[in-house]
Design a binder for this molecule. Structure first.
Ligand code: URA
Length: 203
């Protein structure tokens, strides 16, 4: 299998996906040669959480949502009564896109084209995990599920049926909450918590 083409056969195991994404050079982000970050969590999960892409810390550790955004996500999931060990967590894009500024690696948003390229891997993961509900964090994750970039403000807080029989629940990305402060942060965190609690009641 070439590193710039998708495998001919669909991956039959999640481990295969993890191995294959590390070779994937189908988009410019993959070509930067950083460590890919596969999904983590049970092979079968009723809830799959999809973020945007690994951040600096995730790339270093090779695990999704272990940095500041992940810690905030965990805090809200705990408060909503979720058991993290039953949830699978993954990303729309499997490599970290950044701009180097001195010693710092500054996060860059993936393009629509990069999200669409990487969707092949997410679809393969969904086929194996078979979640009932997919929680998309932010517009990039929403695009990877809907095939169009949604307006999170308008489309959050309701179930969107997906062609494979699962449903999408959309909310903001925890990094957005981290960029706010004061009252705005409080308000948005409450709204995020509310979205998670509504989701919890459905599972
Ligand atoms: N943000 C994401 O979208 N995914 C991660 O894994 C970490 C931060």
């Amino acid at each position: 299998q070439g590193v710039d083409t998708f495998p001919e056969a669909l991956p039959a195991r999640l481990e295969e996906i993890a191995q294959d994404i590390s070779l994937c050079r189908r988009c410019p982000i993959g070509c930067n040669g950083t460590r890919s970050v596969p999904g983590e969590g049970p092979e079968r999960a009723r809830l799959l959480i999809v973020g945007e892409q690994p951040g600096d810390q995730e790339e270093r550790e090779g695990r999704p949502f272990v940095g500041p955004a992940g810690q905030l996500l965990d805090e809200h999931l705990n408060r909503a009564g979720f058991d993290r060990s039953l949830i699978r967590v993954t990303n729309a894009v499997k490599h970290f896109k950044f701009e180097q500024r001195g010693k710092r690696r500054i996060h860059q948003n993936p393009t629509a084209g990069e999200i669409d390229h990487c969707r092949w891997w997410l679809d393969a993961e969904r086929r194996l995990v078979k979640p009932d509900i997919i929680l998309a964090l932010g517009a990039s994750a929403g695009r990877a599920l809907l095939g169009r970039t949604p307006s999170v403000a308008k489309e959050r807080g309701r179930l969107h049926p997906l062609p494979d029989g699962s449903s999408l629940w959309l909310t903001v990305h925890p990094s957005f909450l981290l960029r706010l402060d004061g009252e705005a942060q409080m308000r948005e965190r409450n709204q995020f918590q509310h979205d998670l609690m509504q989701l919890r009641a459905m599972l």
